[in-house]
Ligand binder design. Structure first.
Ligand code: SAH
Length: 315
């Protein structure tokens, strides 16, 4: 996720020079560009600059038995419990990316609704799920305007309470036909949606908290929560290669190749993808994936751009 202030020193995995490794051990907040050496896709680093030979090695250490897994999720949620329930809080001190984020998401969503939903969704009762919703930023600024009902799923109770407040009818500028409906205080790995409830399931800046096995089982369960023709939007930070483990909030940033491998395991197809533009250079690249449960004709969209020397941050 675009995350808290602390997790802004993750470029380190891109380079393995002694200096950079040393720098990665500093508790810096923001890291600027580093020399990039593309690592093997399978390897990764953590936020202290430690190298892992494979994702398996890292997952064994982090979630290798049931106690470790409990700790992983407890620490992940624990991290966010200490963060302010504000836009700046959920965006890791980068409140100003809210606007370009919403703008790009809206353009992407519009295209998808036009192409995938009969009549662009007009005159239909549309329902969305906002996963890892935080304080309801995405729902309030985007989803509530397009969907008649939006459910929010968020494991951190003070975020969900803030969302409830932010999305109370008197604090919204949409008609009564658009409302935030259910507020689930549950983590993704424990959630099973009602069958065929949703036109769109939006997953932004939270899937990094899920271990691979829970990632796959979540999407497999959630597929049954989509209406026929419904789709997922996954908007996430991208590692240049492999993965970056954030030791502080217990999340990982995956590469495009890593995501694609998981999508295959989930039985999901990439219908379209689009890169976020207009974010500060020091942040991780951000990509939006529209995922469908069946292969549809139109695949692709804007091609991922490989920008040399463009490390990113966030989390
Ligand atoms: N999607 C929101 C919030 C991003 S911040 C937005 O874009 O504004 C990351 C969010 O992921 C936090 O609200 C955090 O509580 C949530 N999160 C952490 N662990 C999670 C888990 N296991 N399942 C679902 N959400 C989780």
């Amino acid at each position: 996720m675009l995350g808290a202030n602390s997790n802004l020193c993750l470029n380190s995995y891109l380079a393995a020079t002694a200096t950079e490794t040393h720098q990665a051990r500093d508790k810096c907040r923001v890291r600027t560009r580093a020399t990039i050496r593309i690592e093997m896709e399978i390897g990764g680093l953590d936020s202290n600059g430690r190298e892992f030979k494979s994702a398996d090695e890292m997952w064994r250490e982090e979630v290798g038995d049931s106690q470790k897994k409990l700790d992983w999720y407890r620490n992940g949620v624990g991290y966010w419990q200490g963060v302010d329930a504000s836009v700046d809080g959920v965006l890791g001190g980068y409140a100003h990316v809210n606007e370009p984020d919403i703008k790009a998401s809206e353009a992407f969503l519009n295209t998808l609704l036009t192409e995938l939903v009969p009549n662009g969704g007009r005159n239909q009762h549309l329902v969305a799920l906002d996963c890892g919703s935080g304080i309801g930023r995405v729902t309030k600024n985007l989803l509530i305007r397009y969907f008649n009902e939006v459910d929010l799923l968020e494991p951190v109770s003070h975020f969900l309470e803030a969302a409830r407040e932010n999305l109370a009818p008197e604090n919204l500028s949409v008609s009564e036909e658009h409302k935030a409906f259910n507020f689930y205080c549950t983590p993704l790995q424990e959630f099973t949606p009602d069958a065929q409830r949703y036109d769109v399931i939006w997953v932004q800046w939270c899937i990094g908290h899920l271990a691979d096995d829970d990632f796959v089982s979540f999407f497999k369960r959630a597929k049954a929560g989509l209406k026929p023709g419904g789709f997922f939007v996954l908007k996430e930070n991208l590692a240049k290669s492999g993965f970056v483990l954030d030791n502080e909030d217990k999340s990982i940033t995956r590469s495009d190749v890593y995501f694609k491998e998981l999508f295959t395991q989930c039985g999901l197809n990439i219908y379209k993808l689009k890169d976020q533009k207009g974010f500060p250079d020091e942040l991780f690249a951000v990509r939006m994936y529209a995922l469908t449960t069946e292969t549809l004709k139109k695949v692709g969209g804007s091609r991922p751009k490989r920008k040399a020397n463009r490390p990113a941050i966030i989390k």
